[in-house]
Design a protein around this ligand. Structure first.
Ligand code: DAH
Length: 342
């Protein structure tokens, strides 16, 4: 077939192929078929090799012209299609700026987060630093170093989730006290919030909950310092008129140990349902750091003394916000959570 006819034949097929094209991406496909590296026109041009030398000039010219006008044709059509596509897109994306807006849903903080942040803010105001220990602890930090060796009956107070014989999920943030004392010389003033785990599950207990631990160690620290600090804490968290009282208790890592009550912020101490008629509500455990604990951490108990305290964050949140079932704090129901704005 001579070159004229080849060109005519291909040009005919190109026109045919372009007839129904509406989308620029289809146009691109067709373009590749004819003008692409292995397209028909390119193949035709490769055939120049076999053209006798005396005809090369003429054939070459014709092929170049053919390729040139074909490219132009594709480019022109491409521009047309692109312009139409853009028009269609603008039409589809048209926004009526006069429509009333839709307000985005703003989340709110979980009561636990609110209480934790409030406590951190109150205690950092008194000069406490935050230290966060690991949730997976070993037996030493969670028990032994806190004066609770293997056969100690106090271990039964906390049903422990063991991972191996030695590794466990910490049952109390008190474990962090040891880590701090091992690494820092007094004066020490730290606050340690975090999750703790116990095999316990009912309306007021959950297998995972949060605690806030505090530890102060320095020369001359006494129970009076603890009491003064607790008074300040109670006023800030539960309200100005709230008082504290200490009751004797037992924890292996403190001596003496106390249970701390606040005067009922609901009835002002007269007795109501919240305080079960007693006028007082128990909020935390505390005490003077047992000298055996200090010694074990390399702190000389004849030079330094300290106090520690630990409280359940969920318990504080329940009291403060009047939440009667702890499960509500773990369900993540937005209808419940959005009620807590500060
Ligand atoms: N770790 C105790 C518990 O989980 C709470 C506690 C009591 C912490 C007395 C203390 C403390 O630091 O001095 O029941």
């Amino acid at each position: 077939m001579d070159i004229h006819e080849r060109i005519k034949e291909i040009e005919g097929r190109i026109s045919e192929a372009l007839k129904g094209v509406r989308l620029s991406k289809h146009l691109q496909e067709i373009k590749m078929k004819f003008l692409g590296k292995t397209g028909e026109i390119s193949e035709l041009m490769k055939g120049m090799r076999d053209v006798p030398p005396e005809k090369r000039r003429e054939v070459g010219q014709q092929l170049n012209e053919f390729r040139g006008r074909t490219e132009e044709k594709f480019n022109a059509l491409n521009e047309e299609l692109k312009a139409e596509e853009l028009k269609a897109r603008y039409a589809a994306e048209k926004t009526d700026v006069t429509m009333p807006g839709i307000r985005g849903v703003a989340g709110s903080f979980h009561p636990n987060t609110l209480v934790r942040d409030e406590l951190v803010s109150i205690f950092s105001g008194m000069g406490f630093e935050v230290f966060e220990g690991p949730e997976i602890e070993n037996d030493y930090y969670n028990f032994t170093a806190l004066n609770t060796p293997k056969d100690h009956p106090a271990r039964d107070m906390q049903d422990t989730f063991y991972i191996t014989g030695d590794l466990l999920l910490r049952t109390q943030t008190s474990a962090g006290q040891i880590r701090v004392m091992e690494n820092k010389k007094p004066p020490i003033k730290i606050l340690s919030p975090g999750k703790v785990y116990r095999s316990d599950d009912d309306a007021t207990h959950s297998p995972m909950f949060s605690q806030m631990e505090g530890l102060v160690v320095d020369r001359g620290i006494t129970l009076c310092d603890l009491k003064g600090m607790l008074d300040e804490f109670a006023r800030k968290v539960f309200g100005e008129g709230v008082k504290t009282r200490l009751r004797p208790s037992y924890f292996p890592f403190t001596e003496p140990s106390v249970e701390v009550d606040v005067s009922c912020f609901e009835c002002g101490g007269k007795g109501c349902r919240l305080c079960k008629g007693t006028g007082w509500i128990e909020v935390l455990g505390a005490g003077m750091v047992n000298r055996r604990v200090l010694e074990g951490c390399g702190v000389d108990p004849d030079v330094y003394t300290g106090f520690a305290f630990g409280m359940g964050i969920e318990r504080i949140a329940m009291l403060k916000y009047g939440i009667n079932n702890m499960k509500l704090l773990f369900e993540g129901d937005v209808r419940f959570l959005k009620q807590f704005k500060d």
